[in-house]
Design a protein around this ligand. Structure first.
Ligand code: NAP
Ligand code: HSE
Length: 442
């Protein structure tokens, strides 16, 4: 009689980082162990964990696991097949951990978009060289399987444009302010308490986190080299509650949108990448994306428009993406981290925005005196910008002696708006630099 087959060896995981996402990964692996083992073809078990402070009280029981103080050596341990890096930060211990893990010939899973945006190409080249997996589904759009969707589901398409809401914290702040009229700082504190924000929330509200994610999405979508430095980035820190109210009066909501697009003929393409708050028309699908939800739209030449939507941040959804990567690794799936080998990714020069056509929202804070409006409209006229609608918020508003003038332009080149703002530079009628937001088109 044949010997019974040996049960498959478990995939042994080292967990570096035990914060919001780390705790979520432990909970998920423990709660869904049986179904994960069935789908992965073998059990996935945590063998060792580590974080900064061993004595810290944690929301999960760590007693079943070994502790490792130095995450840099985790990948070198004999009881580890894959390291999950959930520390964060583009450099420092996260990067050292990633490098040593791959150099030791072990797989790496990370949720760290900052590290992948800055060092993803180096790490991917090392992983290809060592023939180990490097996976980062959780780095973009939290629990939404958008990297898998683009790498696998949409793999047959040329993607022409990818855009969407990529930061849960900003979306939570904007949609909560919109619904409740609450104060920015107060809502940001709530997003931090819910575990959505980065360790330094400036990365969220200044647009950097969305820019990290956009640069990764662009590389996967277009087969281009990750170029985080070329993302034109602005965040939501300059927005006032009055902008949200004016946008509403004009028929829009405000959302922080990341957009990447290729321009030009195949082989000589340029890459446009921008993160900026946009006005989104009430009837656009992205206008209804609220709270910490993210949504990514990808336009394929055969698939048409694809919409990926779901929780963009938080313990459970992010852990779900991390463990999905572990299941792939347990199944033996390696694949090129950026879909095509690093050596074949195209270096696309940056595309400037001046020739882009669109409508824009312009907001001026101005001194409340005669002639100011004439000065602004003259600059717009001289630059060839045509105004579609305008609202002036009267005296006695939140700004005291200042008056807010908000307008929406007709369609035209972005360079014309830039020229109008240049003409107004140094004007003592303006009490702060103007704010420009594009209006999201079709
Ligand atoms: P977090 O709650 O701040 O946890 C970070 C963990 O890393 C903590 O356990 C901390 O240790 C440990 N750590 C920090 N610095 C360390 C150091 N120098 N040496 C050793 N350990 C160190 O962060 P998180 O929200 O879980 O995020 C982790 C990663 O996932 C980040 O890259 C983040 O961008 C990414 N991410 C987060 C979310 C989300 O919704 N939170 C979503 C997607 C991606 P102690 O606990 O001992 O302080
Ligand atoms: N801080 C990030 C966000 C976490 O708010 O979207 C998810 O990447």
């Amino acid at each position: 009689m044949a010997e019974p087959a040996e049960p498959p060896a478990p995939l042994r995981v080292a967990l570096a980082g035990l914060g919001t996402v780390g705790a979520g990964v432990i909970r998920l692996i423990e709660a869904n162990a049986a179904l994960i083992a069935r789908r992965a073809g073998r059990p996935i078990v945590i063998s060792v964990v580590g974080a900064r402070d061993r004595s810290k009280k944690r929301p999960v029981d760590l007693s079943p696991y070994a502790w490792e103080d130095d995450m840099v050596v985790m990948g070198e341990r004999d009881d580890v097949d894959v390291v999950v890096e959930l520390v964060g930060g583009a450099d420092g211990p996260a990067l050292s951990c990633a490098r040593t893990t791959i150099e030791a010939g072990k797989a790496l899973v990370t949720a760290n978009k900052a590290m992948i945006a800055h060092h993803g190409l180096e790490l991917a080249a090392k992983a290809e060289d060592k023939r180990v997996a490097l996976k980062f589904e959780a780095a973009v759009a939290g629990g939404i399987p958008v990297i898998k969707g683009l790498r696998e589901g949409a793999a047959a398409n040329a993607i022409e444009r990818v855009y969407g809401i990529l930061n849960g914290t900003c979306n939570y702040i904007l949609s909560t302010m919109e619904d409740s009229g609450r104060d920015f700082a107060d809502v940001l504190a709530e997003a931090q308490a819910k575990g959505y924000a980065e360790a330094d929330p400036a990365f969220d509200i200044e647009g950097t986190d969305a820019a990290h994610k956009l640069s990764i999405l662009a590389a996967i979508s277009f087969g281009s080299r990750v170029d985080f430095g070329a993302v034109d980035t602005s965040g939501i820190t300059r927005l006032r509650a009055a902008d949200i109210a004016q946008a509403d009066a004009l028929g829009y909501v405000i959302r922080l949108i990341g957009m990447a697009e290729t321009e030009g003929a195949a082989g000589a393409q340029r890459l446009f990448q921008r993160v900026q708050p946009h006005l989104v028309p009430f009837d656009h699908p992205l206008a209804h994306v609220d709270g910490a939800t993210n949504a990514v739209v990808a336009e394929g030449n055969f698939s048409g428009r694809l919409l990926f939507q779901g929780a963009g941040a938080g313990e459970g959804p992010t852990a779900s993406a991390v463990v999905a990567d572990l299941i792939d690794i347990a199944r033996g799936e390696i694949g090129a981290p950026f879909s095509v080998p690093v050596a074949e990714l195209e270096a696309m020069p940056r595309a400037e925005s001046g020739h882009r056509m669109g409508r824009a929202y312009l907001r001026f804070m101005v001194a409340d005196r005669p002639g100011v409006l004439a000065e602004i409209t003259a600059a717009l006229r001289d630059a060839g910008v045509s105004i579609e609608s305008m609202i002036q918020k009267g005296r006695g508003g939140e700004a005291g002696e200042q008056v807010m003038v908000a307008m929406v332009t007709h369609e035209g080149p972005e360079s014309a708006v830039s020229e109008a703002l240049r003409l107004l530079e140094g004007s003592d009628s303006l009490t702060e630099p103007p704010l420009v937001m594009q209006i999201l088109g079709e």
